[in-house]
Design a protein around this ligand. Sequence first.
Ligand code: T1G
Length: 654
Amino acid sequence: MTLNFSQSVTGAVVEGVLVVTIDNPPVNAASADMRQGLFASIDHASTDAGILGIVVTGAGKTFVGGADIREFGKPMADPILPAVIERIESSEKPVIAAINGAALGGGLEVALGCHHRIASPSAKIALPEVKLGIVPGAGGTQRLPRLAGVVAAAELAATGRMVAAQEALGLGIVDAVANGDLVAQAIGAARDLAGKPPRRTGALDVPPFEAEAFSAMTRKVLSRARGQHAPAEALRLVRSAAEKSLSDGLADERETFLRLRDSDQAKALRHVFFAERAATKIDALEGVAPRSVTRVGIVGLGLMGCGIAVAALDGGYHVTGVDMSEAAAQKGRERITALLDRNVASGRLDAEGRDERLSRLTTSHDMAALADADLVIEAVFDDLAVKADLFTKLDGIVRADAILATNTSYLDPDTLAAATTHPERVVGLHFFSPANIMRLVEVVNCAKTAPDVLATGLAVARKLGKLPVVTGVTEGFIGNSIFSAYRREAEFLLEDGALPEEIDAAMEAYGFAMGPFAVFDFAGLEIAWARRKRQAATRDPAERYVEIADRLCEAGRFGQKAGRGWYAYPDGRRTVDPEVTALIEEARTRKNIKPRAIDDGEIVSRLLGAMAAEGEKLLAQKVAQRASDIDLVMINGYGFPAHRGGPMFAAGLV
Ligand code: T1G
């Protein structure tokens, strides 16, 4: 007989054990209904003498995906999750967590409140709250160290890292990994533990820990969390578990969670979380099925092409890489192998995985090898004639239903489409270098791209583990359009009185890993210079134009690789160069500009404002579908700090 504790929580008694199932699609989030149901199920079990113990499990592929993030910012209905977990932990009858899938955040906290935990082999656990700008708010920072120790628990709470079942077993977070029927084993455990005093996690002592190990881990974690508040708070809370009573620790944790939940950083990271899930929802593609892709061709085995090849191999595709000579093709194969070897060396991949990927790789100098490709991505030199000629050639080699994708950053993909007899099959897939690492792919919806071709571009990008964002056709698409506006305003600030090092310092204090001038030097100044020279003849003379970067390039200062750019790089270290300061002062004098001191506040607001203004233009032109897409592009392609939400979100906050 099924017991209905709430809409999303049901139970059934099996061999004297109440098996409670949480079924709250899509991720079994701990909504108000789920919390009420779970609380009621424990009450029910405690009053029914025929029930020896309780098993809690999830329906589908998730155990509990965490608190319901959609409830944040709204009044929290009783019982709050800590009260539910307290009810579980205080049960006189054993409560077993049968972790059937992801147990994240509040989901792991529910499992920690149980007296025994069995995980399915594919289950994963994590406290990902810091990725949302908060800390666990239902006992995670206080119960996890009682099982896994302070150092391990603190690292997990401060990084949000996902842990597989076997590692969780090794850390003592779960008591067993099921081999076979998870729920049946959990029922067996409940019957074994019935009548014995429950092992309450909160009642365990926090094991002693090495202060030096904690400090070393802290340094490493915080070095990767620049400008973020939550990680340091998570570290503090876990460490305090060793010095405080459980109730004091829980009170401190709850107060910290509530304070951070309403912070700007948490609001920004929630915005990013939902933005990522909205990005792939394209109205025009409702009900449009992507084409089947199993074989991917890549033309051009340079840095970008090899990065794309590795991403495609990681995504499970058969890959045919083509370059213009046998030597170039062989060099490409070696580069792809080296990238895979690097993943093996770092532990991200094992030798078997590398070999399996290489077994799916073909390289050739003959484009006829692409005849059976379902999708061909070109990553050749960014020259319109070269790419157009290539597309014409490909047009006569690949099947009529094969998709041709260009990786161009700046060229007009509609021109490339026009070089084929089937322009509807052309789409842009603008990867960011290194393409095997960077998540962002701008999927360019060209004028004639067929809906199922666009849908295929999105599906392939997702299969590559990328974050696809759809963009319309404009020079530089979304990311480079905004980046150009950012660069323009940064150069205006130079003329007005700020120096490169001041502007970089202000943006790094705001949260960027690198300020704009350091980025320009890192990327190199010559490409932008070539584009400015191309545009010179048609530039509007009334438009403010800053010549400083041209003067740098004329002096051969092309950036970090050239040893000199906006900065000098003696022994590779970025240093302020008085020659550049002099160049800037000359430029101001030539324009009769009297330099003035410009503070960080003005630098940040002008640069954010320039990006947001360009974003508004892209929305008006329907190049970008939604403001949050623009935020995702700048966060994932240009280093905009995620905990600030992106330029459009930040502008909305101002
Ligand atoms: N709350 C509300 N909605 C959620 C959600 C959540 N926690 N997680 C996912 N969704 C929605 C998501 O927006 C999407 O909606 C759909 O579910 C499928 O998501 C007290 C306070 C669980 C690994 O941070 O990591 O617990 O777009 O596409 O790829 O201490 O979702 O379909 O309308 O990502 O299969 C901590 C966040 C919360 C986990 C599944 N938990 N979620 O991935 O599906 S804070 C998290 C995920 C907390 C406690 C604190 C993933 C997933 P729509 P999806 P997926």
